[in-house]
Design a protein around this ligand. Structure first.
Ligand code: SF4
Length: 427
């Protein structure tokens, strides 16, 4: 049933990835929607077949960690029994769709995008002509509602607009819109864009490389789409889009109340997932919504139910308040779970988090790959031979301003920065 584990591959359920703590099995849950009873099953699978640790990824997928070769088949059987196993590993690998977390629930959305997403995923998983897409190639479908996808990066974005219709944007060309695209055409147009990318990209690895090379207009032309210029306001996903990191106010006219709980550094234990799902069910919430901001949203039937649920959640396991310093730090799994790391990234990030200024943001990465936040940050620490290199206003692969810092030296640097932050700019 399964393909062999491949190091460095984007893991799936059929093709897991080897890591320092065993195999990683990724569950790509359509729309990031997880029924409460499925969440309990996943917690059980994590304990029974893995090491009891689960990641929530930047693409709103769940990863069961620490799976052994001997337990892999049992886990895959359980996933298949739950109806979550793809037909083949190639289709699973390219079924990468990030979705507005409140799809189908948000009255401010242009339309319920769940059928659109289902059709798109079915097309990606079933169209063998697309299986050559890079495994990281990704689509986003934004319903235009209150918890949109902001600047979550995707090779091809479908953004709902009045009509209803979708504006298509390509990574690397944020101010150009391709179209027209009706909701029923999303899957076919996505396949057409992916097809022309595959046929003509040359050695471009991702859409942004191809856009940089030939421009969005030429790509629109090749896919028989029109192109118009249309600027789009950008925002910081850790601020503008991060309502999911804490309480989300009730939406006007919405019968549901939703709360968001952040997962410190994207990690949740099987026990915490089990109790979150159980408490959610007791609060009459039927599902959890996974977000690309390492946060889980729980739609509750009333404000009282949401309050009750929040009071039962342990603050050490979840981020329940935006003032929690862990909400200002991104960190990858680090050593020993990742073989590319030489530092215990999450433990170090936890120690340093209280030193990050109130308005600051820091990324702690085990190596220059920067899995947790592959973008610039005000402060980025990159593990290097057991110490840290420090990059200011850059991405993990950029040149460090300081090299070979101990944790204590990083702490001194952060305290100085925080003090300057409090003093404000000097004349
Ligand atoms: S960034 Fe972290 S998780 Fe990613 S490869 Fe490097 S050490 Fe591993």
């Amino acid at each position: 049933m399964n393909a062999p584990a491949v190091k460095g591959w984007c893991p799936g359920a059929l093709r897991p990835m080897d890591s320092g703590d065993g195999l990683i099995v990724r569950l790509k849950l359509t729309g990031g929607i997880v029924a409460a009873d499925l969440a309990m099953k996943i917690a059980h699978w994590s304990r029974r077949f893995g090491n009891g640790e689960i990641d929530l990824t930047a693409r709103a997928n769940l990863q069961i960690r620490g799976v052994a070769d001997v337990t892999l088949h049992g886990l895959q059987d359980a996933i298949a029994e739950a109806g979550l196993l793809d037909g083949n590993p190639d289709g699973e690998a390219i079924r990468n769709v990030i979705v507005s977390p409140l799809a189908g629930l948000d009255p401010r959305a242009v339309l319920d995008i769940r059928p659109v997403v289902a059709a798109l995923e079915a097309r990606l998983a079933g169209d063998a002509k697309l299986y050559a897409l890079p495994a990281k190639f990704c689509f986003a479908v934004d319903d235009g509602g209150g918890v949109g996808l902001g600047d979550v990066r995707a090779d091809v974005r479908f953004e709902a607009v009045a009509g209803p219709a979708f504006a298509i944007r390509l990574d690397g060309a944020p101010d150009e819109v391709l179209g027209p695209c009706r909701p029923d055409d999303v899957a076919a147009i996505a396949a057409r864009l992916a097809g022309v990318f595959l046929g003509r990209r040359g050695d471009a690895r991702r859409m942004r490389d191809w856009v940089e090379r030939i421009g969005a207009a030429a790509i629109a032309d090749a896919a028989s789409l029109s192109l118009i210029r249309h600027s789009r306001e950008s925002g910081n996903p850790f601020q503008a889009s991060a309502p999911a990191d804490g309480w989300i106010p009730a939406f006007a006219g919405m019968t549901l109340r939703v709360i968001g709980v952040g997962l410190p550094f994207g990690r949740i234990s099987a026990g915490s997932l089990q109790s979150l799902a159980q408490q959610a069910a007791e609060a009459s919430a039927t599902e959890l919504r996974l977000t690309p901001w390492r946060t889980i949203i729980i739609p509750c039937p009333s404000g009282e139910a949401a309050e009750r649920l929040a009071q039962t959640l342990p603050p050490d396991a979840f981020i329940l308040d935006l003032a929690d310093p862990r909400s200002r730090v991104a960190a990858c799994v680090g050593a020993p779970a990742c073989q590319s790391a030489t530092t215990n990234v999450r433990e170090d990030a936890g120690r340093l988090a209280p030193l990050v200024g109130k308005h600051g943001f820091m990324h702690v990465s085990g190596c220059a790959k920067g899995c947790a936040h592959p973008r610039p940050a005000p402060v980025t620490l990159v593990g290097n031979d057991g110490l840290y290199d420090l990059i200011r206003d850059g991405a993990p692969a950029d040149s460090p301003a300081l090299r070979g810092l101990t944790l204590d030296e990083v702490a001194i640097y952060l305290r100085q920065m925080a003090a300057m932050d409090l003093q404000g700019p000097t004349a």
